[in-house]
Design a protein around this ligand. Structure first.
Ligand SMILES: [Zn+2]
Length: 130
């Protein structure tokens, strides 16, 4: 997952994208599958952290990615607090023998953004112009 790490390092910090965003919480719930643990996965991003919302497929032998960057960035631009949606994995499961079948694993995501009072907006805009 070297590419994923590089993309994360290159991503903007949350506070530079939207200075009033105090926390972005992402909950991923994968479709029922006997080989997966059923507990939802939960991630939180705070202002100093990189705003990168791409997650590897739950199957360790799958090369699929769930890219929620567009979704979360759109929320930050419009100061939306809540969004949910469904994605399907477009990766392939290799099973260590090259190209495997399409994964297709279903995923429900729930994104919650907490915004602070707007007084921080001014400071954010100033910081961006310098
Ligand atoms: Zn997959």
């Amino acid at each position: 997952m070297q590419l994923l790490r590089l993309a994360r390092v290159a991503a903007p910090r949350l506070r530079d994208l939207r200075s009033s965003a105090a926390r972005v919480a992402v909950q991923l719930t994968y479709a029922n599958d006997v080989s997966l643990a059923q507990s939802p996965r939960w991630f939180a991003v705070y202002p100093p952290a990189r705003a990168h919302f791409v997650y590897a497929c739950a199957f360790s032998d799958c090369d699929g990615m769930h890219d929620l960057d567009d979704e979360v960035f759109r929320m930050l631009r419009s100061t939306t607090s809540q969004a949910t949606g469904v994605r399907h994995c477009f990766g392939r499961r290799s099973c260590r023998t090259g190209q495997g079948p399409r994964c297709g694993l279903g995923l429900t995501f729930e994104v919650t953004v907490i915004y602070e009072a707007p007084r921080h907006e001014t400071a954010g805009r100033l910081a961006l112009t310098t």
